[in-house]
Ligand binder design. Structure first.
Ligand code: AMP
Length: 299
């Protein structure tokens, strides 16, 4: 194979990575790409696993992207551990890990912005203005640097995934986007790098989020309407935790418009804040006999 070292290669500059992944050199070798912000957990590693199954080599990026954090958000306190991440990536079989500095990624700013459309006005986009502009900025740069055949994104960030799918389709970006299901802790909490910033009490209360979404999914299967489901999910979280609700919303997926008759899939999504730690989670449901029931990988 064209990258055949058993050891992971750690690359910090764009030039070195682009030289290595040059299409003339790699010929028919397929590249699977897993972009992350690091502090790796089993969710990230499930993306790697799928990428390994479907490609000859796997490239992971680790970059806490300042462009997607707003003022007062947790860019500074976002957990980081470079050596542990490299070790976990190597054990999972990543061939190349790209760990650029902020200066390497953003040496200049010509002021050009990528403005996502209406999908970005809902959910996290409503409470984090500019967040998805920053996501698309880094994702386009990384796609241009890595030139992957397939890129792997988690359904944990379902809105991000939906916006990236639209972006890639509408702008003919040359990568396939692969959706990977959410990986959860045993008690149901969605794995997240941010979970380490929860206090002991908050960590136990945070399990209310997924329980609430499951209750919402049951109500949905019984035919309840979106606003009743949103209300009950919110009430459950408020009565069973100290979390502050940012939103609980049920929308068509991946378009993120209102749930209307004929929508094939819907998302029941929420964002809840515990002190300064903001957690997101969701359940995707498909239409069945006139109601929406969770997809098989959500059970
Ligand atoms: P992050 O490092 O949080 O930016 O996440 C990098 C990628 O891993 C994104 O595509 C996320 O959606 C995905 N991811 C994060 N947490 C999970 C999880 N619990 N299950 C599946 N994918 C995840």
């Amino acid at each position: 194979m064209y990258v055949d070292s058993p050891d992971i290669q750690v690359i910090e500059t764009i030039e070195e990575l682009q030289n290595k992944l040059n299409r003339n050199e790699r010929k028919n070798t397929t590249v699977g790409f897993v972009p992350t912000m690091g502090y790796l957990h089993a969710g990230h590693l499930s993306l790697v696993k799928q990428a390994k199954e479907q490609n000859d080599i796997v490239v992971m990026s680790i970059f806490v992207n300042p462009a997607q954090f707003g003022p007062g958000e947790d860019f500074e306190s976002y957990p980081r551990n470079r050596e542990r991440d490299i070790q976990l990536a190597e054990e999972a079989g990543v061939d190349i890990v790209f760990i650029p500095s902020v200066e390497e990624m953003y040496p200049t700013d010509g002021g050009i912005r990528i403005l996502p459309g209406r999908q970005a006005h809902e959910l996290c986009g409503a409470s984090r203005p500019g967040h998805f502009d920053g996501v698309l900025k880094v994702v386009l740069k990384l796609f241009n640097i890595v030139d992957p055949d397939r890129s792997y994104f988690g359904m944990k960030d379902a809105q991000q995934l939906a916006i990236i799918e639209t972006f890639v389709r509408d702008f003919n970006v040359r990568t396939a986007i692969v959706r990977v299901p959410i990986v959860r802790e045993e008690d149901g909490l969605a794995k997240s790098s941010r979970n380490v910033n929860l206090t002991y009490l908050e960590r136990s209360e945070a399990t209310a989020i997924y329980r609430a979404l499951q209750i919402g999914a049951e109500l949905s299967a019984q035919g309840a309407d979106p606003s009743a489901i949103e209300r009950q999910v919110s009430e459950y979280i408020v009565s069973n935790s100290s979390g502050k609700i940012d939103y609980v919303k049920m929308l068509a997926y991946p378009g993120l418009g209102p749930v209307t008759v004929g929508a094939q899939e819907v998302i029941l999504a929420c964002a809840v804040k515990f002190s300064s730690t903001r957690l997101i989670d969701n359940i995707i449901m498909s239409t069945k006999d006139g109601t929406y029931v969770p997809n098989d990988d959500e059970q």
